[in-house]
Design a binder for this molecule. Sequence first.
Ligand code: GDP
Ligand code: MN
Length: 396
Amino acid sequence: MNIHEYQGKEILKQFGVHIQEGIVANTPEEAVEAAKTLQAQTGTGWWVIKAQIHAGGRGKGGGVKLAKSLDEVKQLADQILGMQLVTHQTGSEGKKVLKILVAQDVYYPGEYDTQEFYMGVLLNRQSGRNIIMYSPEGGMDIETVAEKTPHLIFKEEVNPAVGLQDFQARKIAFNLGLTGTAVKEMVKFVNALYTAYVNTDATMYEINPVLKTSDNKILAVDAKVNLDDNALFRHADYAAMRDKSEEDPTEVEAKEWGLNYVKLYGNVGCMVNGAGLAMATMDMIKGSGGDPANFLDVGGTADAKRVETAFRIILKDPKVKAILVNIFGGIVRCDRVAQGVIDAYQNIGDIKVPIIVRLQGTNAEEAKALIDASGLKVQSAIALEDAAQLVTKAVG
Ligand code: GDP
Ligand code: MN
């Protein structure tokens, strides 16, 4: 699950990471209040107004602007709130900005000895260990740094048996070219960041830029955080940070129904119970020359309502040219699923794509009889291979 910059920074602060302070706002009026409060707390007289969307590259897209007076705070808040922000990560349609972060300006105008670094913590799947990836080339697109100057990207791998060691944190500070108190500050920063990553069950923290201020503080100016969905059950406070307006509406709807849905790129819609069977079904479709449009696991209790919802979700994808329903009746009875398919078909009405249903297991024969007698344009099969061939033929 992705969270917003302001939420990521809240978490970082709880773990002792120094951050660029800020207050989230939903309206220009709130933004001005936030700016005043920040001024009282931090002494700042300049602010940055930052669009809160789940995508990077906001600065280049015009979603991060410096305000030098309360009037400018209001103007910029007015301009950024509601804008359709396009960045290299949003696609050409962009994302609508519903919240902004009013943050203290931490670049100390007139001073030249600030430095921007890149730092990310993530899992190296090859070694099975966490790594801290960092670069003195902060502030810019890290993909560009990786491509043009790969020698400026450093990696520090953490041994899980002993955790992050102080010498590693010091090495990071030295490789970033720091000296004096900045080294100590960076060691604290790295330790706190790594602790946050481990304790929040995150899959990634990316801080770009990490800023060395002119008075040698080390601050997180940005925060891209991804938390592991499978661990959210033990972090109710983080789970509550979910912002559904940032997610694919079809995937949100599927989640609400407890359906495991992943959109893919082909034209054969799939409805299957059980993740393993869903994978096998996709293989069979591929094997007979077709291409799955989605992965959809309706779960163990494929009742009529869930089947109907699953159909509606699959049909939202205009690329779908045929649907393959593949249910194994172990816990669930096939005739009940068949009835679900028939009901869904009638309730939705106007289904234009052919549907091939393959039910196997408890009461499979009864289920096939129900479908064949329903008079609907639904083809039934018992062998998966036959079903896969039928559906591939249906999409041409
Ligand atoms: P991103 O573009 O989505 O990665 O958003 P960031 O939070 O990284 O902000 C983009 C850029 O805005 C940063 O790289 C900085 O150069 C600039 N910026 C952020 N905070 C401040 C600030 O307090 N003062 C000034 N002058 N610039 C800032
Ligand atoms: Mn950034």
